[in-house]
Write a protein that binds this ligand. Structure first.
Ligand code: FAD
Length: 478
C-alpha cells in the first residue's frame, strides 16, 4: 500500500524534512498503530475524581501506551517546528501522517498548536517563558494545550452561549463557568473563551484567556466533571470542565478577543482539512488493497468496470481535496502572524479555510463509507479496521464548527470582504479566464438575492465552488 509520505511526495515533490517524516511514519508502522488500536479498544478513559483521602484530584486513568502515542508527534515537531522555525508545512505534513494512522491523535496535536500560537503571538514574555517553553520539549514530556469555547447551549452561536465570566484580579482574571466539550482534557494548559466583567453581550464581548491546569501552589485550577463516551476519536479525551474562580491570563486585548478566538479555530480548521485528506487517502488505499485481492465473477473487484470508475473518481477527489487543503495551509503559513485589523490576504485565507474545512470533511465521511461498501460485509467487522475509519471520520464535519457554519461563514466573508474577488484573483495563474469570469458572474448574481435566499441556497453555491477551487489548484500540486 502507498504510504502517506509517498503521497505527500507525489503531490509536493521533494519534501524538505523528508527524513524526519519517514522516521515518524516508520514509528507509526512499527509501534504507533498497535498503540492506537489499544487506545481505541480501551474506550473511554476512567476519571478518578478523588484520591484515597477524599481529596479532589481529577486524574485521568489512561490506557497503556497512551502518553507515548501522543508525545511522538511533539518530539518530531508538530509544535516546535512552527514556533521556533515557522515551518508550518512540516508540522502539517506530520499531521497528515498522524491522521492517516489515527485522526484522533491529531486532535491533541492540533489543539496544542492552537494554544501555542496565540501564546506566542499575544502572551507576555513571562507567560511565554512559563507556559510556552514546556510545550516545545522534544523528550516526550512536552506540555499540551487545549481550546475550550463550547458551552452547553451550543457551539455555533458562541456570542449567545458563552456564559463563562472573567473578573479581573490583579494581573490575572478569575474565570467561572462550565465548558461542555473539552478535548485534550489532560492538557496542562487551555485557551478558553470567556466574557470579561462589563463586556458587551454577543461575540464582541468575548475574550481569550490562557488557563493552566494547576495553580502556582499546585492545587487544581479547574475541575473535570465527566469524560464523554464517544463514537470514535478515542485517542483524544473529551469531557466537561467546571471553572471555579480559575486563574486565567488575558491574551491580547479583550476588545478584539473574538478575532483571537477565530484565529484559534481557523488553525484547527486547517488541520481538520489536512487530516480529512489523509483519511481520504487511507480509505482509498484500504479499499484498493481489498479490491485487488477479492475475486468476484472471475476477476479481482478492482478490475471490474464499475469499481475501476469509482476508484478513478475517488483518486481525483483526493487530488482536489489535497490541493484545497494544502493551499489553505500555505496561506495560513503566510498570514498567521497578522493581528487585527487583517490584510486582504487574511480574508482570502479565511474564505479558503471555510471551503476546505467544509469540503474535505464531507469527502472524508463519504470516502470511508464507500470504503466500507467496497469491503462488503467484511467492512463492518472490527477485525478489518474499516468500521473504525468511518467512526473516526464522523466527527470531522462537526467539530471546529459544523458544515453549515462553514458554508455560512464562507458567505459572510464573501458578503463583507468581497473575498470571492480575492479568491478569483488568486486563481488567475491556474484557471481559464472564461471560468473565472463565469464564477464571478455566478457569485455576483447570487449576492443580488434576498439575504434569506442566500442562506437557504448555500448548498447550490459552496460545494461546487469548493470543488472547482480545489480542481483549479491541482495545477499547483502536480
Ligand atoms: C468529539 C468532540 C470534541 C469537541 N471538542 C471541543 C473542544 O475541545 N472545544 C470546543 O470548544 N468545542 C469542542 N467540540 C464542540 C464542537 O466545536 C461543536 O460540536 C460544534 O461547534 C457545533 O456546535 P454544537 O454541537 O453545539 O451544535 P449547534 O451549535 O447546536 O448546531 C447544531 C447544528 O446546526 C447547525 N447550525 C448552526 N447554526 C446554523 C444556522 N444559522 N443555519 C443552519 N444551520 C446551523 C450546526 O452547523 C450544526 O450542524 C467538540 C465536539 C465534539 C463532537
Amino acid at each position: 500500500m502507498r504510504t502517506p509520505v509517498a503521497y505527500l511526495a507525489e503531490r509536493l515533490g521533494e519534501l524538505p524534512q523528508a527524513s524526519a517524516l519517514e522516521q515518524y511514519q516508520a514509528w507509526w508502522q512499527t509501534i504507533g498503530s498497535a498503540l492506537s488500536e489499544t487506545v481505541d479498544r480501551a474506550g473511554t478513559p476512567w476519571l478518578r475524581q478523588h484520591d484515597r483521602f477524599g481529596n479532589r484530584v481529577d486524574e485521568l486513568l489512561l490506557p497503556a501506551g497512551y502518553t507515548a502515542l501522543v508525545q511522538e508527534g511533539y518530539k518530531h515537531g508538530v509544535i516546535w517546528r512552527v514556533i521556533e522555525h515557522s515551518d508550518w508545512a512540516t508540522s502539517f505534513a506530520l499531521g497528515y501522517i498522524t491522521s492517516y494512522y489515527d485522526p484522533g491523535v491529531y486532535c491533541p496535536h492540533t489543539v496544542s498548536l492552537s494554544t501555542a500560537v496565540p501564546l506566542q503571538k499575544y502572551g507576555t514574555p513571562a507567560l511565554r517563558e512559563r507556559y510556552l517553553s514546556p510545550m516545545l520539549r522534544r523528550d516526550g514530556t512536552a506540555w499540551q494545550g487545549a481550546t475550550w469555547m463550547t458551552e452547553i447551549g451550543g457551539g455555533s452561536d458562541l456570542g449567545a452561549n458563552v456564559h463563562t465570566r472573567a473578573v479581573p484580579n490583579g494581573e490575572s482574571y478569575r474565570l467561572t463557568g462550565e465548558k461542555y466539550f473539552c478535548s485534550n482534557l489532560n492538557a496542562e494548559l487551555a485557551v478558553v473563551a470567556a466574557r470579561p466583567e462589563g463586556a458587551p453581550a454577543g461575540v464582541r464581548g468575548l475574550a481569550l484567556f490562557l488557563v493552566p491546569r494547576v495553580r502556582p501552589d499546585g492545587s487544581l485550577n479547574y475541575f473535570i466533571r465527566r469524560v464523554k463516551d464517544k463514537i470514535g476519536t478515542r485517542a483524544v479525551i473529551t469531557g466537561e470542565v467546571e471553572l471555579r474562580e480559575s486563574i486565567g491570563y488575558l491574551l491580547g486585548s479583550a476588545e478584539v478577543g473574538i478575532y483571537l478566538i477565530l484565529e484559534v479555530l481557523n488553525i484547527s480548521r486547517v488541520a481538520n482539512s489536512v487530516g480529512s485528506v489523509a483519511l481520504l487517502q487511507r480509505a482509498i488505499d484500504e479499499a484498493r488493497a481489498f479490491a485487488q485481492q477479492r475475486v468476484a465473477f472471475g476477476k479481482p473487484l478492482a478490475e471490474q468496470p464499475l469499481m475501476r470508475a469509482q476508484f478513478e473518481r475517488w483518486e481525483r477527489t483526493l487530488r482536489v481535496a489535497f490541493a484545497l487543503a494544502w493551499e489553505t495551509m500555505r496561506l495560513l503559513s503566510e498570514v498567521w502572524a497578522q493581528t487585527p485589523p487583517y490584510s486582504a490576504r487574511y480574508h482570502l485565507f479565511r474564505l479558503l479555510t471555510h471551503l476546505a474545512k467544509y469540503w474535505t470533511a464531507e469527502q472524508a465521511v463519504q470516502a470511508t463509507k464507500w470504503c466500507m461498501e467496497v469491503h462488503g460485509g467484511a467492512g463492518v467487522l472490527a477485525e478489518y479496521g474499516i468500521e473504525r475509519l468511518l467512526r473516526e471520520a464522523m466527527v470531522l464535519p462537526i467539530w471546529e464548527g459544523g458544515s453549515h457554519r462553514q458554508m455560512l461563514d464562507a458567505l459572510e466573508v464573501i458578503q463583507r470582504r468581497n473575498a470571492h474577488l480575492l479568491l478569483l484573483e488568486h486563481l488567475q495563474p491556474f484557471a481559464e479566464p472564461a471560468a473565472i469570469q463565469a464564477w464571478r458572474e455566478r457569485i455576483d448574481a447570487y449576492l443580488q438575492q434576498p439575504l434569506e435566499v442566500q442562506e437557504a441556497d448555500l448548498e447550490s453555491l459552496i460545494p461546487p465552488l469548493a470543488e472547482w477551487v480545489g480542481t483549479v489548484l491541482q495545477a499547483a500540486y502536480q
